[in-house]
Design a binder for this molecule. Structure first.
Ligand code: ATP
Length: 239
């Protein structure tokens, strides 16, 4: 399968603080790939580096056949990379509809109505709450809105940072079911950072383990779920 995204020997960090060291990974078109690791391993830094901030200090990132290592975040959004950050960062004081409008900032205005309608079909709760202030919705609804807002940019690749954070197990399950269906209905490719390694790996084609800024293990979701290291360190001691 041809990779949509590939990182080759990427190093990145914040000023003199080196976080990612020699990270290589690839995400095939239409795949769900998850990235697991302990707090502070560098998962968010990896996602943000793909999204253009911070910039990589060494290596190369290619997306859809192009070297994107030096592209601005705006150009990356236009090329088809959308990022749903940890903690969702929706605009709490704005309505659901206004949040979706913000997500469409770089999309063709002629597509706006169709795209909003498509989001309301994918996420019917958002239609019901269209005029409600986003900050008054439940955590699960806010996560759905954060995903829908990212999809308004018509991405090919969706980067999701900790979609399950702070949500009840049943809601987390719904979010992951939604992610799997997005891959099917929109042909989307997904790279997901997730603390709930068991759930993430169970829906992933492939996974990577990040430790202290380096990839230490990779394999199919199924292989990683059976790996003794993953079971010991990320699945609470066994299946
Ligand atoms: P978590 O699961 O806690 O979000 P993570 O795996 O996503 O962890 P990062 O947030 O990427 O890890 O952090 C990796 C390292 O980079 C940590 O040591 C962190 O303190 C440091 N770091 C993160 N953001 C900054 C920043 N803006 N400036 C300096 N150092 C940072």
């Amino acid at each position: 399968m041809s990779p949509l995204l590939s990182l080759d020997h990427v190093c990145s960090g914040y000023g003199r603080i080196a976080v990612l060291q020699d990270v290589s990974l690839s995400v095939g078109k239409g795949q769900i790939v998850s990235l697991i690791g302990a707090n502070g391993a560098g998962k968010t830094t990896l996602m943000m580096t793909i999204a253009g901030m911070p910039r990589l200090s060494a290596g190369r990132i290619a997306f859809d056949g192009e070297d994107i290592s030096q592209m601005s975040t705006e150009t990356l959004i236009r090329r088809g990379i959308a990022y749903v950050p940890e903690g969702r960062r929706i605009f709490a004081q704005m309505t659901v509809l206004e949040n979706l409008q913000m997500g469409a900032y770089f999309s063709p205005p002629s597509k706006y109505r169709d795209d909003v309608e498509a989001m309301f079909t994918l996420f019917p709760r958002l239609r019901d709450r269209m005029r409600q202030r986003a900050g008054t919705m439940s955590g699960g609804e806010q996560q759905m809105l954060a995903i829908a807002r990212a999809l308004m940019a018509r991405p090919k690749l969706l980067l999701l940072d900790e979609p399950s954070l702070g949500l009840a197990p049943l809601v987390v399950r719904q979010i992951f079911d939604t992610l799997v269906s997005l891959r099917e209905t929109l042909g989307l490719t997904l790279l997901v950072v997730e603390q709930n390694a068991r759930l993430a790996l169970s829906v992933s084609d492939y996974g990577y383990v990040l430790r202290n800024g380096r990839i230490t293990l990779s394999g199919t979701g199924r292989d990683l779920l059976q790996s003794p290291e993953v079971q010991r360190e990320y699945l609470g001691g066994g299946l």
